[in-house]
Design a protein around this ligand. Structure first.
Ligand code: ADP
Ligand code: MG
Length: 284
């Protein structure tokens, strides 16, 4: 039978928008050794501001933007949604053969042009060459038109303001903290530096997140993974405690998670561990 203190703990957590689906995750959280965070939408707001658009001649800026908005309107990725919200399309192109490439970007035929929008890995995969200096810019999404490099869009994403305190307090508890992201090494290093996270892995595909979680982290002890479910639902399902965060969490993530943070606040991770430890102490 489940001790009464567990019900009290779960009820207390629920009032804070921290939903436990069962009591087992309380036991696991009480003894948690590693906490692994996804970056975009988890530690950062996941709502991007467009900072700059840089076309590569002979491509025209407006034309480039039109292709991008048309294509990204088919994607649910936070980057895509931010671009689509920022601009109104002027042209009317048909968009066909749309394919999202998880952790990399999206492609499709816009009007009569083959358009790719995504990260450096996507360009590599397509064999599209570009000047070396542009691929090292953090927060940049590249555009290719008819398999030619056409320019980039620079986007800024802000840290959630509670992220710094969360990492600080988890560190004090002696928990090992990891950052896993599909974003570039440059962007990952910047965020990890700002938060004081020592272990970080960048340029990851969903299956890489899953593999690193299992082989590099879970092998060292009980592990919680926190993600928004965009490209990380498999990791949420795999972790000892899978936590889905935020109002934009994907359906699959909420379904497989053990714990759901309703309001998107990463500080709830610290609270969850505190509650778990307290409940255990009362019970033992
Ligand atoms: P994270 O692991 O930080 O949450 P993702 O795995 O969701 O990031 O995405 C990794 C990278 O892939 C993004 O930083 C972006 O460069 C690229 N990307 C993914 N989807 C898209 C898209 N729809 N449009 C443009 N770029 C995308
Ligand atoms: Mg994410």
């Amino acid at each position: 039978s489940i001790p009464l203190s567990y019900f009290i703990g779960i009820g207390f957590a629920a009032k804070r928008g921290l939903l436990f689906k069962g009591s087992q995750s309380l036991d696991a959280l009480a003894g948690i050794k590693n906490v692994v965070f996804d970056k975009t939408g988890t530690l950062t707001e996941g709502s991007f501001r467009v900072r700059e658009i840089k076309e590569e001649p002979p491509f025209d800026r407006e034309e480039l933007l039109e292709y991008v908005i048309h294509l990204e309107s088919f994607s649910n990725h936070p980057i895509a949604r931010s671009i689509v919200e920022a601009y109104k399309p002027e042209a009317k192109y048909s968009v066909v053969q749309v394919q999202e490439i998880p952790g990399m970007g999206i492609r499709g035929v816009v009007g009569k042009r083959a358009v790719h929008v995504g990260n450096d890995d996507l360009l590599h995969k397509m064999g599209i060459r570009h000047r070396n200096e542009v691929c090292k810019l953090p927060g940049v999404v590249h555009v290719a038109v008819d398999e030619k490099y056409a320019g980039y869009i620079e986007l800024g994403d802000a840290l959630k303001h509670q992220a710094i305190d969360t990492v600080k307090e988890l560190n004090k508890m002696g928990i090992q903290i990891y950052l896993l992201t599909g974003d570039s090494a440059e962007e990952a290093a910047k965020i990890a530096g700002e938060l004081g996270i020592k272990h970080f892995y960048a340029g990851l595909l969903p299956e890489d997140k899953f593999r690193i979680l299992r082989e590099e982290v879970m092998a060292k002890g009980l592990t919680a993974f926190i993600g928004d479910g965009i490209n990380d639902a498999p990791a949420i399902a795999q972790a000892d405690v899978g936590i889905a965060i935020g109002n934009s969490s994907s359906h699959a993530a909420i379904e497989t998670a053990d714990v759901v943070i309703v309001d998107g606040n990463p500080w709830r991770v610290y609270e969850a561990i505190k509650i778990a430890k307290l409940v255990r102490r009362v019970t033992l």
